[in-house]
Design a protein around this ligand. Structure first.
Ligand SMILES: [Fe+2]
Ligand SMILES: [Fe+2]
Length: 184
């Protein structure tokens, strides 16, 4: 597709900010993928599946930004993705890490909403509302996981609690599925 820059309907700085968030979503997809591998190798198969599915969701978010930037006459620029952080030490730190990650991402989304409002870029403002809503769901989802972990931890050493927590997470509602081809 030819790019006609005179048709660009987002500011240069908005294009840059949207690209930055697009790459942040790709980074999150990688981060969740790495956590899935970690959970799998620590015998939390349900949590691993939950993280793998969530990785796909983050990739879909990345794609939404990509399509929007291009649809507005901008150019999506795929950047390098930093390596995922070190593996968590245990399930609790893993969950807290994910929680913090989602809270940070909500702030990034709000900053884009602010910017769209400042620029009176109502198309981008409208586009970003989907992400505002999505972050409400994601925060609720991960907060639910934190609650389940807190409940399971009450009776310390009871592995059955963690077994049910793991099984629960496998069935936690998410929009994305793990790509079929990769299913064992
Ligand atoms: Fe996301
Ligand atoms: Fe997320």
């Amino acid at each position: 597709m030819d790019t006609n820059y005179s048709d660009k309907r987002i500011s240069d700085s908005m294009e840059e900010a949207l690209n930055k968030q697009m790459n942040a979503e790709a980074e999150q997809a990688q981060a969740y993928l790495a956590l899935g591998v970690w959970a799998d190798s620590n015998n939390y198969a349900g949590i691993a599946e939950f993280f793998y599915k969530h990785s796909e969701e983050e990739r879909e978010h990345m794609f939404k930004f990509l399509e929007y930037i291009n649809a507005r006459g901008g150019t999506a620029k795929i950047g390098a993705i930093p390596a995922p952080r070190d593996n968590p030490t245990d399930l609790q730190s893993c969950i807290e890490d994910v929680w913090q990650h989602e809270l940070d991402n909500s702030q990034k989304i709000y900053a884009l909403v602010d910017k769209a409002m400042e620029e009176k870029d109502w198309a981008t403002f409208n586009f970003m509302q989907w992400f505002v809503k999505e972050q409400i769901e994601e925060e609720a989802l991960i907060d639910g996981l934190r609650d389940k972990f807190a409940l399971a931890s009450e009776d310390k050493g009871n592995n059955a609690n963690f077994y049910s927590l793991d099984r629960d997470m496998q069935n936690a509602p998410q929009e994305a599925e793990i790509p079929r081809e990769s299913k064992l």
